[in-house]
Design a binder for this molecule. Structure first.
Ligand code: NAP
Ligand code: F7E
Length: 339
């Protein structure tokens, strides 16, 4: 395809985990990829530095409708992937109003600009399994009722419904991808999987001694981000717009994630409270995982397990990377990263 015929994709949140994988995949498909980035005093492009020669970046802020409208009006993108958000659940308890504005109302700002200036644009909204919260059934599918448990999840509920509403009211091609947790070596360091893979690597190198975590019994359906961004693209190629769950269909606890991560590096784990010495180490130098209340949330999501059979039936999507493979991929990366 020549560059004149290339489809244009606008990606918000391009500097984040998913944005970087999606940009790679779109460039491989010969898209013209434009990323919306917010101004910052220091560069935030570490995840996309290897792509900078092939990408276009424009400044924009989900809290500022004018900047979004200008970008959409000028570009007239074929596809718009809204991955930008204040995406951390615990942070949303400390900044609920900001989270509502960026993660919730930001979606309305984008949809209004699309409706007004680029109604042919196909729109992807990054919805989340956090919508299920205190789950009404196991596993969770497109028909499971929502019970959000954090300001983040409530903001995502607004975003989900306004996306559906613009599809029904104005006929926009607008899809919600209800994605269960997905991780990678590019995952933010404040999310539990990356915190564990980094800690395991640093402990192996002798740079860190113990690991402090919150709720070890929380259970998540964890997949690989590269698989999930492939699903985002597939949703926007469908004949008709719809809402789709992406998940692996397996759930594992934070404790299990730790066990596989530390075993990968030949490190033995010692859970808090059993035979710990004055340095915080377990017997024979085994590594201590301590529970720290500061990481507990005011209301927790105990268990998520997704049913992705609808997307498999209708679009043929299924994940390729399994749980143990994901953990090992992250730990292997971080062993080198922290050397
Ligand atoms: P992430 O790594 O935290 O990236 C978030 C992105 O949003 C970053 O590029 C960030 O830019 C940008 N952003 C934050 N505030 C913004 C603002 N006010 N205006 C414009 N951009 C802003 O998130 P992710 O893991 O890639 O997730 C992508 C999307 O999927 C998010 O909407 C998230 O809520 C949702 N989601 C994620 C998961 C998951 O397991 N990863 C599951 C379901 C849904 P900076 O680099 O400048 O901070
Ligand atoms: O927590 C528990 C914590 O912060 C997972 C976001 O991408 O996925 C992500 O949200 C679980 C929770 O992710 C620590 O209490 C224990 O039960 O890695 P997390 P999350 O809250 O599931 C969803 C689908 C999104 O949409 C979000 O954008 O792990 N946990 N100890 C801990 N969590 C953290 N962060 N840190 C700990 O020390």
């Amino acid at each position: 395809m020549s560059s004149q015929q290339s489809k244009i994709a606008l990606v918000t949140g391009i500097t984040g985990q998913d944005g970087s994988y999606l940009a790679e995949q779109l460039l491989e498909k010969d898209y013209r990829v434009v990323g919306l980035v917010r101004r910052s005093s220091l560069p935030t492009s570490s995840r996309i530095d290897h792509l900078l020669g092939d990408l276009e970046l424009i400044e924009g802020e989900l809290g500022d409708g004018g900047s979004l409208t200008r970008a959409i009006r000028r570009l007239q993108p074929d596809e718009l992937y809204n991955l930008g958000a204040q995406s951390h659940v615990q942070v949303s308890f400390d900044t609920p109003e900001y989270t509502a504005d960026v993660t919730g109302v930001g979606v309305l700002r984008l949809l209004e600009a699309v409706r007004e200036f680029s109604p042919q644009t196909r729109f992807y909204q990054a919805s989340s399994s956090e919508l299920y919260g205190k789950v009404a059934e196991v596993p969770q599918s497109e028909t499971t009722v929502f019970h959000p448990r954090s300001p983040y999840a409530v903001a995502k509920a607004y975003a989900y419904y306004i996306t559906r509403n613009y599809r029904e009211a104005y006929g926009l091609f607008a899809c919600n991808g209800i994605l269960f947790n997905h991780e990678s070596p590019r995952r933010g360091e404040e999310f539990v999987t990356r915190k564990i893979s980094l800690a395991a690597a640093r402990i192996k190198h002798g740079h860190q001694q113990t690991l402090r975590l919150g709720n070890l019994d929380a259970s998540r359906d964890w997949g690989f981000a590269g698989d999930y961004v492939r699903g985002m693209w597939m949703m926007l190629q469908a004949e008709t717009p719809n809402d789709f769950v992406l998940a692996t269909g397996e759930t594992h606890t934070v404790r299990e994630f730790c066990e596989i991560a530390f075993a990968r590096l030949g490190l033995r784990l010692q859970w808090q409270g059993v035979g710990v010495d004055e340095r915080g180490l377990g017997p024979d130098g085994s590594v201590l995982v301590a529970v720290d209340k500061q990481y507990f949330r005011p209301s927790e999501v105990d268990l998520l397990l997704g049913d992705a059979s609808f997307v498999e039936r209708s679009l043929g999507w299924r994940p390729e990377v399994g749980f143990a493979q994901l953990v090992e991929k992250m730990v292997d990366h971080d062993l080198e990263f922290t050397a």
